[in-house]
Design a protein around this ligand. Structure first.
Ligand code: NIG
Ligand code: FE
Length: 419
């Protein structure tokens, strides 16, 4: 075939030693054994046109029948989809390193929260910060996440705890989505904890959250509740979800971080898109979760950072056919971790997931946890060309060589976004 007869892509990534496409039946999250299938191709190439995946095949086929305006030579490296981080609290002011030292030396997360610290500490600082200051700080956060390979993420509000302050955070999230290259999905977490001003009148705050829903709706896709001892009860969570459903929100929930308040029942009755944490659950509830279709989002950064012995029973969940995803839960109290690479390492170490399972959970299943699986999460034809070139010979090295950033080139919608 002469050069003029060859189809010409805008961009091609050639000489991929291992190309993890993760492509398969992308209409449904991966479960059970399918979680281990990375749809790996050796010595492969990938053609990109108009920011989308146009072609995937062997290096030989590429040389024979295709060309591109620009070529990136992966030189035998691992190439994979950008990470999707489906659970973060990335917009806040300040940090809480001193509380962490208290925690490590014996004071519990919930005791710090009860004494007015923890989430309420960050609420105070966030309420005092301007929208501009919050935006600038979050922008730096997202730049670091991107440099570590995260190309799409979810961000929750939840450090405002009144309508005006929650809207301030949601507006920052909207601006991040607009001005940065990452895709940012907004979640309303007005029900994070009861604010100081309502400590003696919980029901008034639950009512306030319910009344805020229609005003907040234009700014958020999901409504989340922290259903936990020290935060919201099962019955309060239920009231909020009922109202959120009628207001048109999709549901997510924080459940089973420290105690089991019946989160799996809530998730299945409200057809939640995801239930996040799941460190403390009853084994007998696993079939119910599997039948519900709700994604289990596991956050191994939390139990690691808080030095907890209890980790999410990932093996039981996977073997019980529950679709699982992984996320950083980036926040200043329980997981100040920006890197999905680190989370994959922790998932293998503490959750006993295999490297392949962890990679599926951090890409295609994470995209499902955000309702983004038609656009991102795998290198299937027609999807956004969000991809990473890693300085690794084999994907199994990703969690093995821990503590460094293996991403050296990042493409978002077919454009190289790091130098
Ligand atoms: O997911 N659990 C509730 N929210 C966060 C913690 C937020 C914080 O401590 O500031 C979490 O762990
Ligand atoms: Fe969280």
């Amino acid at each position: 075939m002469t050069t003029s007869q060859k189809k010409r892509f805008d961009l091609a990534v050639v000489n991929c030693g291992e190309l993890l496409t993760l492509a398969g039946d992308d209409d449904r999250p991966k479960r059970g054994k399918a979680l281990s299938d990375l749809a790996l191709r050796k010595n492969a190439a990938i053609g990109i046109s108009k920011g989308k995946i146009d072609w995937v095949g062997s290096q030989k086929q590429y040389r024979r029948s295709y060309s591109a305006r620009q070529e990136i030579n992966a030189e035998g490296a691992v190439v994979m989809p950008g990470f999707v981080d489906p659970h973060t609290h990335a917009v806040f002011a300040g940090s809480r390193e001193l509380e962490w030292v208290q925690k490590i030396t014996g004071t519990s997360y919930l005791d710090i929260l009860k004494s007015g610290g923890g989430i309420l500490n960050t609420v105070e600082k966030t309420n005092a910060a301007s929208q501009k200051t919050l935006f600038e700080k979050a922008k730096t956060t997202l730049q670091t996440m991107l440099a570590q390979g995260t190309t799409s993420l979810e961000i929750k509000s939840g450090y405002g705890l009144n309508l005006q302050q929650e809207l301030k955070i949601l507006k920052v999230i909207r601006r991040l989505n607009k001005e940065m290259v990452l895709d940012v999905v907004p979640t309303y977490l007005g029900a994070h904890v009861i604010p100081k001003s309502s400590q003696n009148n919980r029901s008034a705050y639950v009512k306030e959250v319910i009344e805020s829903l229609t005003k907040v709706k234009p700014y958020a896709t999901f409504c989340d509740v922290f259903c936990e001892e020290g935060a919201f009860t099962h019955s309060e969570s239920k009231q909020i979800f009922q109202a959120a459903k009628s207001a048109g929100f999709q549901i997510k929930l924080h459940a089973g971080q420290f105690s089991d308040l019946g989160g799996i029942d809530l998730a299945s009755s409200f057809h939640a898109v995801s239930i996040d944490h799941l460190d403390v659950i009853k084994k007998k509830d696993i079939p119910k979760l599997s039948d519900s279709g709700t994604m289990g989002v596991l956050l191994p950064g939390v139990s690691h950072f808080l030095a907890l012995k209890k980790h999410a029973p990932a093996r039981d969940l996977i073997d019980g056919n529950v679709p699982v995803a992984l996320a950083t839960d980036f926040n200043p109290g329980s997981s100040p971790c920006l890197s999905m690479q680190e989370i994959i390492h922790l998932a293998v170490l503490h959750l006993k997931m295999t490297p392949a399972e962890a990679i599926s959970a951090a890409t295609i299943n994470a995209a499902h946890a955000l309702g983004l699986a038609q656009q991102v999460g795998s290198l299937a034809l027609g999807k956004q060309a969000d991809l990473l070139l890693l300085d690794l010979d084999h994907y199994e090295q990703l969690p093995y060589f821990f503590g460094s950033n293996h991403v050296h080139t990042i493409l978002k919608k077919g454009i190289v976004v790091n130098a």
